[in-house]
Design a protein around this ligand. Sequence first.
Ligand SMILES: COc1ccc(NC(=O)[C@H](C)Nc2nc3c(cnn3-c3ccccc3C)c(=O)[nH]2)cc1
Ligand SMILES: [Zn+2]
Length: 326
Amino acid sequence: LNMSTLQVTEEVREHLKTPIFDNWQWEDAEMLVLLQVMFTDLEFLTAFHIELDVLQNFLFKVYCHYNSIPFHNFRHCFCVTQMMYGLIWLTDLRSKIARIDLLIMLTSALCHDLDHPGYNNVYQINAQTDLALRYNDISPLENHHCAVAFGIMSKQECNILKNLTCEQYKYIRGGMIKCILATDMARHNEILNKFKTMRPVFNFTNKEHKEVLMNIMVKVSDISNEARPMAVAEPWLDCLLQEFFNQSDTEKLKGLPVTPFMDRDKVSKPSSQTNFIRFVLLPLFSELTKLFPCLEQHILEPVRRALEYYSDLERASKEEERTAKR
Ligand SMILES: COc1ccc(NC(=O)[C@H](C)Nc2nc3c(cnn3-c3ccccc3C)c(=O)[nH]2)cc1
Ligand SMILES: [Zn+2]
């Protein structure tokens, strides 16, 4: 894992700042170096006195704490962090909010699914797992992801925050807890509605406004696969459905309630995705684009194309069903 950053060409560095970056062509060790490049290019090391070897230890420990499961693995973590990095550059966020808030957003993206078991909160609660017990059914997974992140940082050789003041540490810890807990999709409407009320009068110096924006940006990065080129995005949906089907198979075996959009006997890939894009992605991405119009071309257009793509698939598969029945 001692690939030097110098091997990352200028062209890759520029590409890394865009949503069309193809995560599938990089191995784990290369993704680790690219994550290091993100921290360096945003000048976090100089601004927050982070030693390079501490950053490398931290990134490696984060890598070790993601599990080998179909979707919520280290490659997903890399995708979300790279999308966050791209959004920071595309929206020119460096000129609008403090660098410490950018550190919170990027590190939250990096840590937001740490040690994900591949079974969601509904499963944790219904199966009364240790996590559900420990966190009293309140966003058990997101609480766990955040706790694992700070567990890693409690070791000094991995503590990227060790050279900060007490105030800075508390501020970053508070921000990361809010951002990581905000990735619980059960809170999607709560957070989006807050942002919708603030957006028309958005004020970058208002603490509440900035906090909700940071939550929204981590959320957008987390579910943004469909904003990427179809060749990059589509394999992710297959990975996600694999994980969802593993869960619903287990739920059936254990006699637990089965979530409809996870049931392999009920889910059709195109129709579940058209609903997701129409009712979850587009409202969220449109609202963010109203604050940052430049995202229209980079994020909103690709998602609209994805909706077209899955709607065509949906029509075709319905047509097939009709002819098959005749
Ligand atoms: C409100 O809570 C929700 C809403 C929707 C969904 N998921 C879906 O509708 C389906 C399975 N599609 C879907 N779900 C996706 C995507 C990206 N992330 N993501 C996802 C993964 C895990 C948990 C929640 C979500 C949204 C995606 O491109 N498609 C899952 C939870
Ligand atoms: Zn995630």
